[in-house]
Design a protein around this ligand. Structure first.
Ligand SMILES: [Zn+2]
Length: 234
């Protein structure tokens, strides 16, 4: 009976808030699904999460000492993954973040390689951006992961410092230098001695993740791994 009511309410809400597949736009999908079966089965998995020396680990070679790193999906132009990330970052679609996080959480759990991780830390977003967006998309992904893989999320373990207007207008080299000081550990006792898994939506150059990892590694006993939902091949 309860199920019927829930289902009726869900059908009703579907009429008021029609929802579509984030990949192709069809409305022929289960009421709480993010993708239709066709887009879901076509997701481009990297398949290298469990491999030592995979392309994500190579991004960080010689830059920052990481234990393990991996990305779940390839990010390409005009793809389902791009539309999911766009919906998450620019259209207020929180569900897309949980969805990507759940998939990533399943993969992290299944591959076994990241078992020694103690806690998840979402890459901090600039506070202004977070306020405008209403959330940190990396944190939504971390919450999706923890629903599938039994690891705690450390909130505000790391923070992003506020930057002045002139600093953001500096040249590329200066910005790179600045990037080194963008992050800081807000609460060292929360992270000391822990193996942290840094989470972000997409890795491209890895500059932000590197800077964040370097800040965390200043705390005694911290080790770092990195996982992102998607990976852009440069
Ligand atoms: Zn679709």
């Amino acid at each position: 009976m309860l199920k019927t009511i829930t289902s009726a309410l869900s059908d009703f809400s579907h009429l008021i808030f029609p929802h579509n597949c984030q990949g192709c736009g069809t409305d022929l999908l289960h009421h709480n699904a993010t993708l239709c079966p066709k887009c879901f089965s076509g997701l481009p998995y990297t398949g290298f999460m469990q491999q030592a020396g995979n392309p994500i680990e190579k991004i960080f070679y010689g830059r920052v000492n990481t234990q393990y790193a991996g990305s779940l999906l390839y990010f390409t132009k005009n793809s389902t993954v791009q539309r999911l990330v766009f919906a998450l970052k620019y259209q207020g679609n929180r569900q897309a973040g949980y969805f990507l996080g759940k998939l990533l959480g399943q993969a992290l759990k299944e591959c076994g390689r990241f078992n020694s991780v103690d806690a998840l830390v979402a890459l901090p977003l600039n506070k202004k951006k977070e306020k405008a967006r209403g959330y940190n998309q990396a944190l939504l992904i971390a919450e999706g992961i923890t629903s599938e893989w039994d690891k705690p999320v450390i909130m505000d373990g790391l923070v992003r410092k506020l930057f002045t207007e002139t600093q953001t207008k500096k040249g590329r080299a200066a910005r790179w230098q600045n990037m080194q000081d963008v992050f800081e550990v807000a609460n060292p006792t929360n992270v000391a001695g822990k193996h942290l898994l840094l989470i972000d939506d997409v890795v491209t150059t890895g500059a932000s993740l590197e800077a964040c990892a370097l800040a965390a590694l200043k705390i005694p006993g911290v080790t770092i791994s990195i996982a992102t939902a998607a990976y852009t091949i440069l």
